[in-house]
Design a binder for this molecule. Structure first.
Ligand code: PGA
Length: 250
């Protein structure tokens, strides 16, 4: 079985004190989860949350970072700052970064390589817009995001990479891809990884699904052969809801 990862993306929600409270509540509820569990609070919430979760089974991730280590980049946050806070993972190329802030595949690739250089686990987010899906281009878009996002990443480094497939039309909309539709894209992406690297690399690649995943639909999604976890927004903001996701098998 692949090493499933259930992750909460808190986006621009929770103040630092609310985030600490949520982390404490989650910690007690998910400490016996059978899976890897991760939370991604906003930058300003990271110090407090990392402190609460220190030494626990919950991985602390950032939601983004800069593509360079340091310098004159007003408003940016560096991998060195995140490492100093014991942040071990980072979401990169989330569709909100791509489509609201115009991040390109090339910028995302620089961030992926920088994260790997510093031993951080990048969660490379990919996914198509509704019009791309309707035009039959879902796979083409995802393949391009994979190829460009992983350019220059070695097969050995790939061990530390997670992919999150999030169809943009399903994010925050309440519309979930059907388990079959999601699994079909996951399977195609896995095949693409096999072509880019090897069958062995593809087989062990963890590919999360994201887009309105919630306690009511996680079981049927996770029952699919190629779905290895979830990247969850809305349903990760309450401890009991996130705990039902992290403990979906119980
Ligand atoms: P959602 O967000 O679960 O609220 O759809 C998922 C994500 O954007 O990571």
């Amino acid at each position: 079985m692949r090493n499933y990862l259930i992750a909460g993306n808190w986006k621009m929600n929770k103040t630092p004190s609310e985030a600490v409270q949520l982390a404490k509540e989650i910690l007690t509820l998910v400490k016996d989860s059978d899976y890897r569990v991760m939370v991604a609070p906003s930058f300003v919430c990271l110090p407090g949350v990392a402190e609460v979760l220190k030494g626990s089974n919950i991985i602390v991730a950032a939601q983004n970072m800069a593509g360079t280590e340091e310098g004159a980049f007003t408003g940016e946050t560096s991998v060195l700052m995140l490492k100093d806070l014991a942040v071990d993972a980072v979401l990169l190329g989330h569709s909100e970064r791509r489509h609201i802030y115009g991040e390109s595949n090339e910028q995302i690739n620089a961030k992926v390589k920088l994260a790997l250089k510093h031993g951080m686990m990048p969660v490379l987010c990919i996914g198509e817009l509704l019009e791309e899906r309707e035009a039959g281009k879902a796979e083409t878009v995802c393949f391009e995001q994979l190829e460009k996002g992983l350019a220059g990443v070695s097969e050995k480094e790939l061990d530390n990479v997670v992919i999150a497939y999030e169809p943009v039309w399903a994010i925050g909309t309440g519309k979930t891809a059907t388990p079959d539709d999601a699994d079909a894209i996951h399977a195609s992406c896995r095949k693409k990884i096999a072509e880019m690297y090897s069958a062995a690399a593809a087989e062990k690649m963890v590919i999360q699904y994201g887009g309105s995943m919630k306690p009511e639909n996680i079981k049927e999604l996770m029952a699919m052969e190629n779905i290895d976890g979830g990247l969850i927004g809305g349903a990760s903001l309450k401890a009991d809801s996130f705990a039902s996701l992290a403990n979906f098998n119980k």
